[in-house]
Write a protein that binds this ligand. Structure first.
Ligand SMILES: [Zn+2]
Length: 360
């Protein structure tokens, strides 16, 4: 009998009845349901099964069908990784809510929110059926998931990682991702993060950019962050052209700033800016510019989201601000991060970090 430890057996990865041998990749369509047209629909998954054994991770986008920034990030990830050089298994789901994606909407044709429908049910509503396939075939096979979201239409989010509060391992993974801000927040019932936690699957949620739009800052931050997490997990080489990352700011308190009146806003500040309590954020006035009301920051912090549409009703959310220590230091870091991304841009493709059109 040999006393030598045997190398762990590295088997084919099986998904939806298809086998993916080590060191290869495959695109697999998981059957979901039959639609009104009578045709069946499928969830598209790319499996990259590494040559060497390791953890199983999934990256998903568009669980809200119009939040397509994750689709762009996943396309780039799919392009730069090769399973021959990987350890472990990566499942890429560019569009989780295939129905909302088709109609450019957040929810499903049954008007349900996929991210409140987990774990789902094969005999349930349309949302329940998608949630069931996504959860049982993808989430439950992984030890870590990265789910990518964007702000709603006419809103922009600074790249930020959201994690469950009080989980040390998640904080380390979020630090490895290296988005400018980490927000620790409670989990919501029926959400992917809540059901994942129940099944011991670690989840990072990336919020970045705007629904139905692509922006270079979000895509670059997302692609680099996913790669840094995979390197941290030992799935890819850490020195694969990954830039040094500065330490993200952490926050467990955020606040919305709403418009005090209906009218037209002129925004002075944007996502990524450091603000102090009392700093002017925007002014909102009537149709002739009359009776302007100033909107000031209620706290010291960093702007992590803002409305891009200047037409507002009273009570509309205009800014989302995270309370952080040393806001100016965080703001300067975000600015240099953005500068680095745009410095690498080929001539003619230059683009500002965020639209400055409305800035007075
Ligand atoms: Zn979302």
């Amino acid at each position: 009998m040999s006393t030598q430890m045997e190398a762990p057996l590295h088997e084919a990865f099986v998904l939806g009845g298809e086998s993916v041998v080590p060191g290869t990749q495959a695109d697999i369509g998981l059957p979901i349901t039959t639609m009104a047209t009578g045709y069946s629909s499928q969830l598209a998954v790319r499996v990259l099964h590494g040559a060497k054994p390791g953890p199983t991770v999934f990256v998903s986008g568009a669980i809200h069908g119009d939040e397509i920034i994750g689709t762009a990030i996943i396309q780039r990830i799919a392009n730069v990784l090769s399973p021959e050089e990987m350890s472990g298994t990566l499942m890429l789901v560019p569009v989780a809510n295939i129905f909302g994606f088709l109609s450019h909407t957040s929810y499903l044709p049954d008007r349900r929110d996929l991210n409140r429908s987990f774990p789902g049910n094969a005999k349930g509503s349309l949302a329940g059926q998608v949630a069931n396939v996504f959860f049982s075939e993808i989430v439950s096979k992984a030890s870590l998931g990265i789910d990518i979201h964007a702000a709603a239409v006419h809103r922009y989010n600074l790249p930020q990682i959201r994690i469950a509060a009080g989980n040390k391992n998640l904080v380390e993974l979020a630090m490895a991702f290296g988005a400018p801000v980490i927000i620790e927040s409670p989990l919501r019932d029926g959400s992917l993060r809540a059901i994942a936690e129940k099944h011991d699957v670690e989840m990072l949620l990336l919020e970045t950019g705007e629904a139905l739009r692509f922006d270079r800052f979000s895509i670059e931050a997302g692609v680099a962050g996913v790669q840094r997490v995979l390197a941290y997990m030992g799935m890819i080489e850490a020195d694969d052209g990954l830039a040094e990352v500065s330490v993200p700011a952490r926050s467990n308190k955020t606040q919305w700033v709403r418009s005090p009146r209906g009218g037209v806003t002129h925004r002075m500040r944007k996502s990524g800016d450091a603000v102090r309590k009392g700093d002017l954020l925007a002014a909102v006035a009537g149709l002739f510019g009359e009776d302007p009301e100033e909107i000031v920051s209620p706290i010291d912090g960093i702007i992590i989201g803002h409305a891009t549409l200047p037409v507002v009703h009273q009570g509309d959310a205009l800014f989302h601000i995270a309370s952080v220590a040393h806001p100016e230091r965080v703001g300067a870091r975000i600015e240099s991060l953005a500068d680095a991304i745009y410095a690498s841009e080929p001539e003619g493709f230059a683009e500002t970090l965020l639209d400055e059109d409305e800035v007075l």
